[in-house]
Design a protein around this ligand. Structure first.
Ligand code: NCD
Length: 305
């Protein structure tokens, strides 16, 4: 049985198959000829943290493929977790009803814990500041579509380098391809965690850490903006100090290469000026759209279909 917990679990051949499947899903959506492969299946989405894109694109993906959906949002107050039920018991229950469990939780390792008792595939839709593998897959698909390649790229991550689970999940996928270089741009309070830096060094990843966005702009193929993750701060003063560290302006975009792309997992708060949206290099809404096709592919992947 397949789970999707972390992108580090994937070999390159498997990643390539998933990318190709997402492309088939995109074509089938666009031609309005979607095979109802998940007819008679039920997908459960249980979210203990807020979400717009992840939950709704998973649900749309399931519906498009003919599945039915059961869904709990605000699960911390509306499911039996509120009464003190353990994640293991909640998972056991979901497995009585559904064929796939899509789970988001503020605590690191929760979906991994769920897999230990689950009799159905579990998909990690974000566990704290740790991992968000399905976002990474849609990010990878977006880069491939926009640039036509996944190697020989310079990718800059900007903002909350410490707490971005999308970064922690996308980097391992890009590490599967040769000659990629990473820039991590953040205020000094939000630099890479020591353990992640060690992981990158151990794997001979080519990366630079800096606080200066301006000097990097003209060098990158992908500018990946991130939101400062307010929910990971233990006090408001610390958050307030760094929350507006990097706001991308039109004058910055002018310094980018002509074929660079600007990505953001969204939601955007104060990282990208709205007037940038009309620049063709602004890829973040296309990126969110790609989430639908990729999540269709990932639902099929976990069921070996
Ligand atoms: C991201 C997340 O939840 O980690 N959002 C998403 O899934 N598209 C990024 C964020 O919340 O900042």
């Amino acid at each position: 049985m397949k789970n999707i917990i972390s992108t580090e679990q994937f070999k390159k051949a498997e990643v390539e198959k998933i990318l190709a499947r997402a492309s088939i899903m995109e074509a089938s959506c666009k031609s309005d000829k979607i095979e109802q492969i998940l007819k008679d299946k039920i997908v459960a989405c249980i979210f203990f943290e807020p979400s717009t894109r992840t939950r709704l694109s998973f649900e749309t993906a399931a519906l498009k493929l003919g599945a039915k959906v059961i869904s709990v949002e605000n699960a911390e107050t509306t499911s039996s977790a509120y009464k003190g039920e353990s994640i293991e018991d909640t998972t056991r229950m979901l497995c009585c009803y559904a064929d796939i469990i899509v789970m988001r939780h503020p605590k690191e390792g929760t979906s991994d814990a769920a897999t230990r008792v689950a009799s159905k595939p579990v998909i990690n839709a974000g566990d704290g500041a740790n991992k968000h593998p399905t976002q990474a897959f849609l990010d990878l698909y977006t880069i491939q579509k926009e640039h036509g390649r996944l190697d020989n790229l310079s990718i800059a991550f900007v903002g909350d380098i410490l707490n971005s689970r999308t970064l922690r999940s996308l980097v391992p996928l890009l590490m599967l391809y040769p000659n990629n270089k990473f820039y991590f741009i953040s205020p000094k309070e939000l630099v890479l965690s020591a353990d992640y830096r060690k992981y990158l060094t151990k794997n001979n990843v080519n990366f630079v850490e800096t606080t200066n966005l301006d000097e990097v702009l003209s060098k990158v193929d992908v500018l990946y903006m991130t939101r400062v993750q307010k929910e990971r701060f233990s006090n408001v003063a610390d958050y307030d100090r760094v929350k507006d560290s990097f706001l991308l302006k039109m004058e910055d975009v002018r310094k980018l290469k002509k074929d660079a792309i600007i990505m953001h997992p969204l939601p955007r708060v104060n990282e990208i000026e709205v007037e940038i949206d009309k620049d063709p290099r602004a890829a973040y809404f296309r990126q969110a759209q790609n989430g639908l096709y990729m999540r269709m592919a990932l639902l099929l992947f976990v069921l070996d279909l």
